[in-house]
Write a protein that binds this ligand. Sequence first.
Ligand code: K2U
Ligand code: ZN
Length: 175
Amino acid sequence: MTLRPILIHPDPRLKKQCEPVARITPDVETLAADMLATMYDAPGIGLAAPQVGVLSRIFVMDAQRDPEAEPRPMVLINPEVTWESEEPNVYDEGCLSIPDQYAEVTRPAQVKMSWLGLDGKQHEEDFDGLWATCAQHELDHLNGVLFIDHISAMRRQMITRKMVKLKRERAREKA
Ligand code: K2U
Ligand code: ZN
């Protein structure tokens, strides 16, 4: 597999509505493997296809953080929320496409999601805790929504200005 570059906000591809995956092809399997490798390398606990420039409805996640436990890599294709709790949860979120910026985001504490697996079968599972936060954060990415879209316009503008500066500095280093 290949590590893929992660797009940095602001980038129009991060704001697009992604297209459903029509069928599980070898290219989809390669993309999923590359996304998992890129996620673990970042390191992160989730990664959505638009973050590596592919505008398809697929994300990967592994919110298993206990170093003693086995990793639990998951690939969710065409994911949908089928139930969400009334109970909210607040988490200080970050994003691999918005490095070193964090903000409190409130989301449902539990969600039930259904998706197509790489095995070609439909899956459904309840998520809570960090799994629920991560799954909702990744699903937002497939709809062109970033965690900064859930905070005040002023804070969003401040973070965006910092990312524009960061991208300019990175471009200068490459030149
Ligand atoms: O989509 C991404 O950018 C990966 C996100 C996923 C995520 C964001 C906020 C809350 C949960 C998951 C992260 O950058 S992965 C980094 C990370 C690591 C441990 C805990 C939270 C976030
Ligand atoms: Zn993100």
